[in-house]
Design a protein around this ligand. Sequence first.
Ligand SMILES: Nc1ncnc2c1ncn2[C@@H]1O[C@H](COP(=O)(O)OP(=O)(O)OP(=O)(O)O)[C@@H](O)[C@H]1O
Ligand SMILES: [Mg+2]
Length: 401
Amino acid sequence: MLEQTRIENSPSTRERARVYVTGDCDGLPDLRDSLANHPEVELVGSAAQVGEAAPTLTGGHLQVVLHATRSATLPVNEIAALREHTRAPIVLLASNGSPALLEDALEHDVADVLLLPQLTDNVVFAIRKAGHVGKRLNGSDRRHGRLVTVFSPKGGTGKTVTATNLGTSLAKHWGKRALLLDLDLQFGDAAIMLGIEPEKTIYDLVTAPGELDSEKLAGYTTRHASGLDVLPAPLRPEDAELVTEAKLARLLEVARESYDVIVVDTSPFFHGPMLATLDRTDELLLLCGLDVPTLKNVRLSLQTLELLSFPPDRIKLVLNRANSKVGMKPKEVEAALEREIAYEVPSDRSVPIAVNRGNPAVLSDSKADFSRAVRAMAKQLVADQAAAKQKKSFLASLGRS
Ligand SMILES: Nc1ncnc2c1ncn2[C@@H]1O[C@H](COP(=O)(O)OP(=O)(O)OP(=O)(O)O)[C@@H](O)[C@H]1O
Ligand SMILES: [Mg+2]
């Protein structure tokens, strides 16, 4: 961008870009003053020498570094010095430019070059552009919704009841942008349990022409009164096979960019779509009951998950109907599975009543023991997500240094 062009800028309602200025050249003081007063820029600081700026460059969570130079050729040493402290995109400002400067600069990991003087809006445009590319490259600013898969190798263990109530609680009580994805593709009944009659299902979404993106996804989900979005299973069992692994992989990728949490209800099988989902699952709620056949199958599932190299720390064992008096204790389940129970959910008469009314128990009977247990699960999930996010940004800050 060596020539001066007028670029229309959009209204300054966006988040301000954190910018640091290093080096010096003609016209820089005026530009710095203008940037300091620009509504789309947060000028974090400036220093003539890169060394002086080191602490802020390292820890400043900068979107862009503007580096000014009087040299007509690329100040390779100065760029290298900046790179010792930050991975933020660098935009070079020059008061003298040779034709080779832009080419050299791009080869040396410089995002853009601007010859001063420039209109401030043009510089802000270059900052926005460079910051945007930087975000895409390190991916740190992309929304990365948490994928929570509810699974059990046995039918009737409470997967759909858990998934629908958990999704409802996350949306209603925690204000999360939450999606419930019904991957019990042949006989999914999440929509019925939520009392909604969706016009479109996952089948319509994956068979619709054109690229799948967030906007398209939004056109196929149905909003529940709690704020939870639902993408139901196909209406006919024979349509299930059109939801291929490849289509599902893309769908999950898009859903993660649109939502804070995606709760997936499943069928009791390790089929292709389930494997594609496991591949992207952050937390697997593995449901178990106080009965020997379920226990045997959960044990087999744990072995299968191990063979699939699914990370064991992502598995949370959920004991449903934990208070049933059936001659087996939770401790015996833990011993048999050699794993701790993460959540105990009681058997509660409010659940079948809520199922038959199509109104999740966490809403219709919020004081019921079952509702309390699911709310506690949602609370822990939110805490886990916050901890994971904190860890990610800490690691990203180390990567920048
Ligand atoms: N904690 C509970 N207390 C009382 N009833 C429960 C509880 N959990 C589940 N149920 C009852 O068990 C029935 C089966 O639950 P659900 O449909 O959620 O199982 P599922 O694992 O999804 O079954 P499927 O594999 O057939 O999809 C529900 O209709 C519900 O009424
Ligand atoms: Mg079910």
